[in-house]
Design a protein around this ligand. Sequence first.
Ligand SMILES: Nc1nc2c(ncn2[C@@H]2O[C@H](COP(=O)(O)OP(=O)(O)OP(=O)(O)O)[C@@H](O)[C@H]2O)c(=O)[nH]1
Length: 342
Amino acid sequence: MWQEMEKLRPNKTLTAKELSEKAIDWLAKNELPPTPINYAVLYAYFHPDYPDLRNELSQWQEKNRKFDSFLLSDLYKSHLDENQNNQPESIFILNQLISNLQTECEKSESSVLDYQSTLTAQSQKLNALSDETQTKKIVDTIIDATKTVKTKQSEFIDTIHSSHDQVAQLKKQLQQAEQQALTDPLTGLANRRGLRKFLSDQSSDSSYSIVIFDIDHFKRLNDSYGHSVGDIVLSKVAKLISKDLSNSQLAVRYGGEEFLVIFPDVSKKQLFIYAETVRENIEEMKLIYGKTQQRMPPITLSGGIAMADKNKDEAINDIIDKADKALYEAKSSGRNRICLNS
Ligand SMILES: Nc1nc2c(ncn2[C@@H]2O[C@H](COP(=O)(O)OP(=O)(O)OP(=O)(O)O)[C@@H](O)[C@H]2O)c(=O)[nH]1
């Protein structure tokens, strides 16, 4: 299908009408609904101004991965959503706060400089004079200047204090915003951006193992019980997948009904035990369909495991590909099982 898509992408820039026809045509061929987001991603794919989006989509397709609305929405958020790419409002407020502080600093500095020059001038006059009235006048001037600089300084200190609280609040908001940007809202797991961040925080000599899970016949479940029940199942499955993971391991919602778990430095046996436990726990879930109060059929999932080859310097994407192949084997050999890429 990728080759087909490449054929569809012409060298010259298409007209708006052609772009829109190609986008709609592609969505129809892939049985994806022409939602504004799906449409926008495909429109941008055929447009020459979005090379990064095109590359990411190409890489995805080269691995023969499925396209679904989840993936397209992820691409939309990463490449086309201006709200996500623009600075969040808190950054704007932070900038304002910093420039206010700069102005206050400048004011404070200038008031101290004024004060210094007043002191210098008045002390020169004092040295030159012996008359008491004149001396008192000069002392009064110095006292006034001292009062002024004191007021300015305490105003400055007040500003610093209130800014300090605001900065702390903004810092918290920014951390929350950053966390949200890395998290899939439905399942609470990391999204693919979260995975990239996790990988960039790891040391380069980490050796990874990957488990990819994919819920079996999820389309059937959506078709029989509705999308909202499908969503509930996704979040329950996500909970079981991430339940016993440690801080050094990460569960990611990798596709619509596909989850990736990354483990630095574990044994093959530990991986199998983990993946098998997840598979069994999910199969044993007892779900009641709210509308009929009837028990739903068991949910099952398939999994593929791959470990880094210690003798090769394997990139993480290669290990993911290997896990994907193992997942394919699990699907094609009957589903509800875990396979290892050997
Ligand atoms: N409810 C719900 N469904 C989703 C979501 N994201 C993707 N899907 C659905 O997941 C289904 C995936 O279907 P397929 O790719 O055909 O896979 P499958 O039916 O699980 O079949 P196998 O993987 O071969 O066992 C599609 O119907 C998608 O619409 C989501 O966020 N919520």
